[in-house]
Design a protein around this ligand. Sequence first.
Ligand SMILES: Cc1ncc(C[n+]2csc(CCOP(=O)(O)OP(=O)(O)O)c2C)c(N)n1
Length: 359
Amino acid sequence: MAITTVATFGVERVEVMDPEGVVDEALMPDLSPERITELYGWMVLTRRFDERMLKLQRQGRLGTFARVTGQEGAHVPAAFALHDEDWMVPAFREAGAFLVRGVKMEDFLQYWGGDERGNLIPEGVRMLPTAIPVGTHMLHAVGIGWALKRRGEKAAVLTSFGEGATSEGDFSEAMNFAGVFQAPVVFFCQNNQWAISLPYYRQTAACTVAQKAVGYGIPGVQVDGNDVFAVYRTVAEALERACGGGGPSLIEAVTYRVTDHTTSDDARRYRAEEEVATWKARDPIERLAKFMKKRGLLDDAGEAAVASDADQRVAQAVAAFEAVDAPNPDEIFEHVFAELTAPLAEQREALRRRLAKEA
Ligand SMILES: Cc1ncc(C[n+]2csc(CCOP(=O)(O)OP(=O)(O)O)c2C)c(N)n1
């Protein structure tokens, strides 16, 4: 009889660029200056869009929105690392990924304005719509990945979610299935430290999200989620491995939700201003700008031009969104059942009567 160690594990963390924009050349991903400039443009567009979303909501022109400011260093480079033939299966805090993947900004606005027609993904864009139920979409991602594998398609799936979603049973089922069937899925966790008012340490007893991969026999790694190069490099590698038959992986991008949970929340009620200030100082866009300025890829005038170009694109999208006719309320009852159930038919009649009265 003996007691022996049958398994050991460690968790690696990838950092490429420090807060001053200085990079480790040996770890730099393969990105041309043009691609880095493009990536920067997407991040700024995402930030300006996000800020405008808050204003629109406060003005009563938009419904609730899950803001992404501070998380552009995570989901934007992750989406940027995808090839056209890859799929993205997002949660609800990935505005930048929608833009990078080619979803029209006005459509995205329309969805968050409460009009489901905005959820129609353009033909040829391999992306699923926003998933509000926490965690359910990870199973859809694995289904798509498994299908790609069975069809022999050389493509992978990136699914993104928050650390809160890793407490859901869906996460465990998805990770297990992906591991057993070696589905080409990259699980991308934006660990932004808070699930509404629940902090990370109350969410899980695991000291990293990345280590959860060990239980499913798949590789797990942590990256600095405010370091675009670390994220891009790690996601690109994981996608390549998945496409080449190397199976799934889990990436934990450590970042921070500097805004409220949604435009309906007030985070000052449950967390300290000092903590928020610490993370604001680690801004991912400023970090990339510092790098680009050192390399002569950006100057102050260029920075202002990128921002004003982004503002113009956002203004045009808002105008297009607000020019769309309101949907027919009857549509609420369509597309779920082939034949409307009796209670739903009754509800539709009640709605019609009420709208007729109010008209
Ligand atoms: C199945 C389910 N349970 C609860 C909710 C309510 N809810 C919305 S967001 C959220 C927290 C999610 O936290 P996390 O997964 O870390 O993502 P984050 O919001 O931080 O991006 C909860 C509990 C929901 N949308 N779906």
